[in-house]
Design a protein around this ligand. Structure first.
Ligand code: ATP
Ligand code: MG
Length: 320
């Protein structure tokens, strides 16, 4: 498949059939094994996955830092390098330092001078919470302060697309909060955000959509609610004396029932429908509780238990 070259300039991200293999002394590592992702302008998307899932490898190809072995990458309707050259992409990569021996303000002023429509440096420092360290030299910053400055560097060009690879690592609670508020404000202006994380709560709270990666592939793609529902459904419990389990299993939204004494446990695909039907058909049911499968359960179910396994392959010659 190829990507339509007439894609409008306002387009988001298009990844088609993306593959990347690294050579190592232990043999090939198939870091990315055929990824197709389409992200519309204005979406905030989390790339979630365990260590070694291929998130950074994907982001490196999106930012033009590495070339795919197979497949195509389009960013804002053009190539990654062209989109970055035009100042339309702000990126905060997983590994990256700061230019030393100049102040935070000087660094941001210098960067902003490269771009056609930068944000005011003072505003960027305010929204990333670094106003009080503006005059400090970049080689004197703490780990979390360095992360905040790197976030400011990604924002200063006033990009249309913000790409963040595990941006809040090393930030304290307040730093994370400030950071996500800044990202949210940015996204509300209709901009596109893609961030990699393995913090489930960050994906859950800040993304419209979660793309779950494991072993170089996309294993789930949807809202956090959809991903949770695809895996776990919900459990409803209610106390119902002399319950007829077979009849209760026929309620709308219920897949099966079980009991512990007078308590009936319902496995539900649609707990809203189930609770309504229960209350109307069994008004004496009481102590009703509904619990959801969390994103963590979904994450574990979908990514398997090989969290630290490199994405090495048994089959040879997938990509080189
Ligand atoms: N330059 C490289 N040479 C060899 N193998 C590499 C290279 N870069 C990445 N890999 C391997 O590719 C796989 C995917 O790595 P990647 O950095 O994309 O994972 P990730 O999802 O970003 O993980 P993390 O959450 O730890 O940042 C890993 O198994 C990694 O060891
Ligand atoms: Mg990574």
């Amino acid at each position: 498949m190829t990507i339509n070259d007439t894609q409008p300039a306002g387009a988001g991200i298009e990844l088609v059939g993306l593959q990347k293999t690294f050579r190592s002394a232990q043999g090939p590592v198939h870091a990315v094994r055929g990824i197709d992702i389409s992200i519309a302008p204005g979406e905030t998307v989390a790339l979630l996955g365990p260590n070694g899932a291929g998130k950074s490898t994907t982001i490196d190809m999106l930012t033009g830092l590495s070339e795919p072995d197979h497949g195509e990458v389009r960013v804002l309707g053009t190539s990654p390098t062209e989109a970055i050259r035009r100042g339309r992409v702000g990126a905060m990569l997983q590994n990256g330092g700061l230019l030393g021996y100049i102040s935070v303000r000087e660094l941001l002023m210098m960067l902003s001078s490269f771009y056609p429509k930068p944000l005011p440096v003072d505003e960027v420092m305010r929204i990333t919470g670094i106003g009080d360290i503006a005059e400090r030299r970049t080689n004197k910053l703490s780990g979390g302060q360095t992360q905040r400055v790197r976030a400011a560097m990604a924002l200063v060009s006033n990009p249309d697309l913000l790409i963040l690879d595990e941006p809040t690592v090393a930030m304290d609670v307040e730093g994370r909060h400030t950071f996500w508020q800044a990202v949210r404000a940015f996204a509300q202006g209709g901009k596109t955000v893609l961030f990699a994380t393995h913090y489930l709560e960050e994906a859950d709270q800040y993304a419209d959509r979660i793309i779950l990666m494991a072993r170089g592939q996309v294993v789930a793609d949807g809202s956090s609610g959809e991903i949770k529902a695809a895996v776990g459904g919900r459990t409803m419990r209610a106390t119902i004396p002399d319950a007829d389990l077979a009849a209760l299993a026929q309620l709308p939204g219920v897949t099966s029932t079980d009991s512990r004494g007078e308590q009936v446990i319902f496995a539900c695909t649609d707990s809203d429908a189930a609770v309504r039907a229960l209350l109307s058909g069994y008004p004496h049911a009481k102590d009703i509780e509904i619990s959801g499968a969390g994103l963590e359960a979904a994450f574990l179910a979908l990514t398997g238990d090989q969290h630290d396994e490199p994405a090495s392959e048994q089959t040879q010659g997938v990509a080189s």
